[in-house]
Design a protein around this ligand. Structure first.
Ligand code: CAA
Ligand code: NAD
Length: 299
């Protein structure tokens, strides 16, 4: 297209993903699989090495399906994608060539603001910043920078290689070009994009998190067991996972971060109340699949 908006729209080729956990590794994998050059950042090389190991395993699962009758093709695919991902521990250095930075670090506003403030000074003028936050206002994160017009939300879902959705969030200052670039990037990742205003949980988590918390409250009242609730929602409502399997999959710490943040901001909303059961599991380090135990044992 030769329309004026297309000519000024940033073409995203170089992507920096900060945070190489559950989400960051998945985002890096998908971005590299769809032809982008990726720099993946975390706090130290040990974490990055572990993440790259998980990423390789995930790529092998994809390759097994995509190249079912072509083992050599599958191996080449894994090698090509891994070749597009560099790792880095210095976040300021990691953004020097970035067209887009996607942040997927811990769900904590102060930590995210501190990171973006530093990145704002290091990144080129044209670089677009996006957060993958599950529950924090994009505006509250963006105001740590001086590039509000080049800031938005890109919210992926776990497991990123399998889930086909990306929510694209704009704040009042997000420019049309930035918004279009983010939508185009989501599509270039092979995802379907939806748009939502900068509201708590956007679309999916605004519905999914209260649903998970309501399930926990059913158990806390002694009305049904986690196992029966999971069976009920899978066989009676067609969900691929029940709410307790899903909570363990997402991470109980993440669920707690989300609900505590919303409860603090909206104390009167009965859907945003914390749960003693979730708090207890988190305090015992039972965070779900990632620690081997949550509502269920995954050992
Ligand atoms: N990487 C690559 N491939 C994967 C994968 C991964 N991490 N996980 C699953 N797959 C693929 C594999 O091809 C796998 O086949 P193999 O085991 O032979 O490799 C295939 O998916 C099927 O997987 P499973 O047989 O293990 O299980 P399944 O059929 O139940 O599918 C699932 C797994 C896609 C995760 C499905 O259970 C599901 O959709 N669950 C719900 C997930 C969900 O709701 N996510 C959103 C969470 S909320 C969120 O993310 C937002 C937030 O901010 C908190
Ligand atoms: P995670 O704990 O698996 O990974 C976070 C990673 O960030 C860790 O490896 C940690 O070492 C790293 N990190 C922390 N501070 C850092 C810093 N200052 N610089 C560089 N790296 C840093 O968490 P996750 O589940 O991947 O979640 C990441 C973000 O994505 C959160 O904002 C979360 O709310 C959001 N999110 C999570 C899910 C989910 O299902 N878990 C889904 C969508 C969005």
């Amino acid at each position: 297209s030769f329309s004026s908006s297309a000519s000024t729209m940033a073409q995203i080729k170089q992507v920096t993903v900060i945070g190489s956990g559950l989400m960051g590794a998945g985002i890096a994998q998908v971005a590299a699989s769809t032809g982008h050059n990726v720099v993946l950042v975390d706090q130290n090389q040990d974490i990055l090495d572990k993440s790259m190991g998980n990423l390789r395993k995930s790529l092998q699962r994809v390759a097994k399906k995509k190249y079912a009758d072509d083992a050599a093709g599958g191996e080449n695919f894994v090698k090509d994608v891994l070749g597009k991902i560099q790792t880095e521990t210095d976040s300021a250095k990691s953004v020097l060539k970035a067209d887009l930075v996607i942040e997927a670090i811990v769900e904590n506003l102060d930590v995210k603001r501190k990171l973006f403030k530093q990145l704002d000074q290091a990144a080129p003028q044209h670089t677009i910043f996006a957060s993958n936050t599950s529950s924090l206002p994009i505006s509250d994160i963006a105001t740590s920078t001086k590039r509000l017009d080049r800031f938005g939300g890109l919210h992926y879902f776990n497991p990123v290689p399998m889930m086909k959705l990306v929510e694209v969030i704009r704040i009042p200052d997000t420019s049309d070009d930035t918004f279009k670039s983010l939508v185009e990037f989501g599509k270039a990742n092979g995802k379907v994009t939806v748009e939502c205003k900068d509201t708590p949980g956007f679309i999916v988590n605004r519905l999914l998190v209260p649903y998970m918390m309501e399930s926990v409250r059913l158990v806390e009242r002694g009305d049904a067991s986690p196992r029966d609730i999971d069976t009920a929602m899978k066989l009676g409502a067609g969900y691929p996972m029940g709410p307790f399997e899903l909570a363990d999959y997402v991470g109980l710490d993440t669920v707690k971060f989300i609900i505590d943040g919303w409860c603090e901001k909206y104390p009167d909303n009965p859907l945003f109340q914390p749960s003693a059961m979730v708090n207890k599991l988190v305090s015992e380090g039972k965070l779900g699949m990632k620690t081997g135990e949550g509502f269920y044992s995954h050992k």
